[in-house]
Design a protein around this ligand. Sequence first.
Ligand SMILES: C[S@@+](CC[C@H](N)C(=O)[O-])C[C@H]1O[C@@H](n2cnc3c(N)ncnc32)[C@H](O)[C@@H]1O
Length: 227
Amino acid sequence: MEKSAVERDEAAESDTFDLVTSHLPRMSDLANRIVGHYEKHAFAWDRDRQNGSWNDKVWHDRFIDRLGNGARVLDLGCGSGGPVAQHMVKRGLRVTGVDSSPTMISFCRDRLPNQEWIVADMRQLALGRRFGGILAWDSFFHLTHDDQRHMFMIFADHASVGTALMFNTGPQRGESVGVYRGDPLYHASLSPAEYEALVAQFGFQVLEHAANDAEAGGRTVWLCQKQ
Ligand SMILES: C[S@@+](CC[C@H](N)C(=O)[O-])C[C@H]1O[C@@H](n2cnc3c(N)ncnc32)[C@H](O)[C@@H]1O
C-alpha cells in the first residue's frame, strides 16, 4: 500500500521531532476509532452509498452465483443493507447481517424487515451456526493485521463444506489512512501470500482473485470456498 500522508509525516519527523509528532494519532488508535467512526457518520455514509454508482456489483453476482436459491449468507460489516443485502434478497438468498453500528442496523431493519440483523463486533462473533455464504465486504479491510488473521477462525467457525467466502483487501501489505468527512479512516492489508496461506490453513480454497480490479472500483477481491 502506498504510504498515506500521515505515515509519510510520521516517517519524516519521527527521527528528529519526537515532541512534535506526539500529537499525531498512532495507527492502533486510528484502527480503534473505526467502530465509532461508522456510527458517527452512519447517515452521511448511507446517503453516499445509496447515491454512488454500485461499481462492485459484478463481484456480488459472482458470489451469489456460487450459492443455491434460499441459501443463508452471513454479511459481516453489512452497513445499511443497501445495495448489497437488498440485492442478495432479490436474488433469492436469506441474509443475517452483522454490524457494529446500531444506526446502520436500524437502516437494515427498515429496508429488509424480514431478514436477521445483529448489532455486534465481527471480531467477537460466535453465532454457533454455519452459513452457505460469508461476506466481509468493504469492512474486513478496516481491521488491524492481527484482527484480520483472527477473522479466519471466525470465518471457519461459521462455515461448512461448500460455503462461499468473499472478502476484499488492499493489494499489498500495509496500513493507510484516508479521510471521510474530515475524520481519519484506517485501512490495513496483509500480503497476498499471507491471505493465500490463511485461506488454506482454515480449509478454504481460492476460486477467484483479482487485484486492483478496474471493473470493481479498483478493489482487490478474494472469492473462496470451504473444502
Ligand atoms: C464501508 S462500510 C461497508 C458496508 C457494506 N458491507 C457495503 O458494502 O455496503 C463498513 C461497515 O463495516 C462496519 N464495521 C467496521 N468494523 C466493524 C467490526 N469490527 N464489526 C462489525 N462491523 C464493523 C461499519 O460499521 C460499516 O457499516
